[in-house]
Design a protein around this ligand. Structure first.
Ligand code: CTP
Length: 399
C-alpha cells in the first residue's frame, strides 16, 4: 500500500514517543521506506536502537554526525521524503514551528520540507486546552500542514481528557488514505488479459504459445499501485499474483472472451496483453488420439477476436489498449490495427531485440496513440514498461 514511498518520521520528547516503534513497524509493513529524526529530548522516551533496527536506517538527531563529523543534511532528508509525519508533537515543537524557531535537526528539516507534513500533537490535557496551543494548532493548519488530532482518554499524568497521541494503527491508516486519495487511477476499473491460451485437442494435448504472462502481471501490479480496481484474466502460467488483484484463471480463448465480456460494463480501461490463439480445433476429442502411420490433420476454426469485439461495443469514455506483435512493416501494421480495432493506444512489441518479448523480464516497446503519435521506448524491465504504458493511459484519461 505504501510501496516505494519515503516516509520521514519526526519524534519529539513526549511520553507518547514510546508508541513510535509500533508506528515504524506498521509503516514498514505497508511497504514504506522509513527514516527517523529524533529531537534530543525524544531519546529520553524511546530507544534509538529500537527505532534504527525497525526502520533499517540510522537515526538522525544532531546536525553533525558524532562519529565522523559529517553533516546530517536536513535538506537531503527533506528532499528524500514523500511525506513527513511528526508524532508525537509536543507543545514545545508546535510553538517553535509557529514562531519560526529552528534550533534542532527536526525543525530544520521541517522548514526545508516541500512534501506534505502531518503533525500528531500529544500532551497533557491542560497543555492541549491552553489557548496558546489551540492558536498554534490553528496556525499550523493554516500553513498547510495536516493535524492528526489528539484523542481523549487516560493520560500519562493519570488525568483523563484530550491529549493522547492518535494510535499508530490510525496514523498509518490516515497516511495510506492520503496516498490512495492522490492516486491517478483511483476509482478506475481496469481489465487486463494476460498470458497464453491453450486450445485443447484431446484430454492431454493442446495448441498453445510461449507467452509467459509476465507483461500482463506487471501491468496488473502497477495499475493496482496507481489505485485502480484490477481484474486480471490470465491464461495458463505459474506466476505469483498479488491477492489485491482480482484474478480469473482461464484456459481457452473462448473462456477469456467470456470473462472479458462479463466485465464490459464496469470497466473503464481495457488492456489486452494476452497472446490469444487465433485458431482452435473444431472438435475436441474426448479420448486421447491414438497414433497411426498415416498423416494427420486437425481442422481449426478462428477464435473470437476479443480485442476487436470490445472495440466494437465500447463507449467513448472507455479506453481500449491492444498489443501488436509484428515482424515486418511494424509501425504501419500497428497503426492499421489501432484503427481497425477502434483502439485508443497500441503497444507494439519488437521481436528484433534479443532481450525482448516472450519469456524475458525485459521488453522494448513503441507506443502509438489514436492521434498517431509514435513514442519509441528503450529496452526496459517489464515493470518499467508497465509504468510507461500506465502513465500514457493516465495522460489519455486526462485529455
Ligand atoms: N487478441 C485478442 N483476441 C484474439 C487475438 C488477439 O484479443 N483472438 C488481441 C491480443 O491480446 C493483442 C492484439 O489482439 O492485444 C493483437 O494480437 P496480434 O496477434 O498481434 O494481432 P491479430 O489481430 O491477431 O492480427 P495478426 O495475427 O494478423 O497480426
Amino acid at each position: 500500500m505504501l510501496k516505494g514511498k519515503n516516509i520521514l518520521l519526526g519524534i519529539t520528547g513526549g511520553i507518547a514517543a514510546y508508541k513510535t516503534p509500533i508506528l515504524v513497524r506498521l509503516l514498514k509493513k505497508s511497504g514504506a521506506n522509513i527514516k527517523v529524526i529524533m529531537t534530543p529530548a525524544a531519546k529520553e522516551f524511546v530507544s534509538p536502537v529500537v527505532l534504527s533496527t525497525l526502520s533499517e536506517n540510522p537515526i538522525f538527531t544532531e546536525f553533525v554526525k558524532q562519529t565522523t563529523s559529517e553533516w546530517n543534511s536536513h535538506v537531503e532528508l527533506a528532499q528524500w521524503a514523500d511525506l513527513f509525519v511528526i508524532a508525537p508533537a509536543t507543545a514545545n515543537i508546535l510553538g517553535k514551528i509557529t514562531a519560526g524557531i529552528c534550533d534542532n535537526l527536526l525543525l530544520a528539516t521541517y522548514f526545508s520540507a516541500k512534501c506534505p507534513v502531518f503533525i500528531a500533537p500529544a500532551m497533557d490535557l491542560d497543555m492541549y486546552k491552553h489557548p496558546v496551543t489551540t492558536e498554534n494548532i490553528r496556525k499550523i493548519k493554516f500553513l498547510g500542514n495536516k493535524i492528526i488530532d489528539a484523542t481523549e482518554g487516560e493520560l500519562a499524568s493519570g488525568l483523563i481528557g484530550k491529549g493522547r497521541m492518535e494510535e499508530p494503527e490510525q496514523i498509518t491508516k490516515i497516511i495510506i488514505e492520503y496516498f490512495n486519495k492522490n492516486k491517478p487511477l483511483k476509482n478506475k476499473v481496469i481489465t487486463i488479459t494476460a498470458g497464453p491460451t491453450y486450445e485443447n485437442i484431446d484430454p492431454v494435448r493442446f495448441i498453445g504459445n510461449h507467452s509467459s504472462g509476465k507483461m500482463g502481471v506487471a501491468l496488473a501490479k502497477i495499475a493496482r499501485e496507481l489505485g485502480a480496481e484490477v481484474h486480471l484474466i490470465i491464461g495458463p502460467n505459474n506466476l505469483e499474483i498479488d491477492n489485491e488483484i482480482n484474478k480469473t484463471q482461464v484456459v481457452s480463448a473462448e473462456e477469456m472472451y467470456k470473462a472479458v465480456h462479463k466485465l464490459i460494463k464496469k470497466t473503464n480501461i481495457f488492456i489486452m496483453s494476452a497472446a490469444v490463439a487465433d485458431y482452435t480445433p473444431i472438435k475436441i476429442n474426448t479420448q486421447k488420439i491414438k497414433k497411426s502411420n498415416t498423416s494427420f490433420n486437425i481442422e481449426l476454426k478462428p477464435t473470437k477476436d476479443i480485442l476487436k469485439s470490445v472495440g466494437e461495443i465500447k463507449n467513448s469514455k472507455q479506453i481500449l489498449v491492444g498489443f501488436a506483435l509484428e515482424t515486418e512493416n511494424e509501425i504501419s501494421n500497428a497503426k492499421n490495427k489501432l484503427k481497425s480495432k477502434n483502439l485508443d493506444l497500441i503497444v507494439l512489441n519488437s521481436l528484433n531485440d534479443k532481450s525482448s518479448g516472450f519469456g524475458f523480464d525485459t521488453n522494448k516497446i513503441t507506443l502509438i496513440d489514436k492521434n498517431n503519435k509514435v513514442e519509441k521506448l528503450e529496452l526496459k524491465s517489464k515493470t518499467e514498461v508497465a509504468v510507461d504504458i500506465l502513465n500514457k493511459i493516465v495522460s489519455l484519461l486526462n485529455k
